[in-house]
Design a protein around this ligand. Sequence first.
Ligand SMILES: *Cc1c(COP(=O)(O)O)cnc(C)c1O
Length: 361
Amino acid sequence: MSDSPASHWRRASVTLNSNALSNNLKRVREFSPECQVMAVIKANGYGHGMLSVAKQLEGADLFAVAMPEEAFALRASGCQKPVLVLHGFCNLEELEKFSALNISTVVHQAHQLNLLLQSKLSAAVDVWLKVDTGMHRLGIPVEDADSYFGQLRNSANVEKVYMMSHFANADDSENILNNNQLEEFLNVTNDVDVACSMANSAAIMRLPKSHFEIVRPGIMLYGSSPFLDASATDLGLQAVMQFESELIDIKQVRAGEAIGYGSTFVADKDLTMGVVAAGYGDGYPRHAKTGTPVWVNGQCCGLLGRVSMDSISIDLTGIDAGIGDRVVLWGNELSVDVVAAASDSIAYELLCNAGAACFQV
Ligand SMILES: *Cc1c(COP(=O)(O)O)cnc(C)c1O
């Protein structure tokens, strides 16, 4: 507790646990010991700060980002590792910059193939041909894979060709569509001598047949479980993001009184209410339901009523707590997966939002 309430900003903050990041990378290696690891650090490292995460993931073999600007920022920071841009380039200028900075690109559409074949690059680039095996997002149809592969391999602008695909349902490991996608991918890659990649975090942990040569973990590196039936702890993963704030008020609420916007929560008995300086403006999920756990002094208290922009109210009845006490929204003491489940969301979104709102390092 602080002597002077005005001595610091009483607001939510995000800090990172780098030991957890190393532990989680080690878990990836344990699940896929034969594979190279392409650490996915898009969306500002899932909200954790892309450059900090990249520095702390020295042990990864490659990095993947979504957009060219992210790869350029990595290079500008001095990162020398292979970097793959998952969306690829959209014009010649970007492609030339990839070539100059030794950045690898995905090719997922005809426009990109044509630009590559027409250009005269100073240095050839590595290309990851993305095949759509059933996700129906980015990727070329399986029927076109042979033709694309041949043209890429024959191009002087292309150094090495890889093949990749992405699962739509890896978090549901029993889903028959996973097998269909794997079969489709095996069909197009079986006859060619090429390094392949298909597995995201969920597939790394539960679909070992999809590991191929390179795995692409994202969410598991940050210490969250992609599965509903297994917690991060069950999987040996540790929380990397610590999202905290503090209690800024404590008051008594009488039975029958309502709390917060819309007066959606009405106390059915007298209770002690705490106000925490964290709201949706800080990345706390606005749709968190009454009862969502919030950690205070070693105990979990339930959220009360609607989440405001800068604050939430929690039930402190029977809890020994004072103004200024530390509150954990998620992190070591309370899994982000639990908060996500209570908010009709997923940890991916919560981490990105809190990082975008709070990251100050
Ligand atoms: C985001 C992403 C990943 C990582 O997925 P996780 O579920 O976070 O492990 C892997 N591959 C591609 C193509 C992605 O877009």
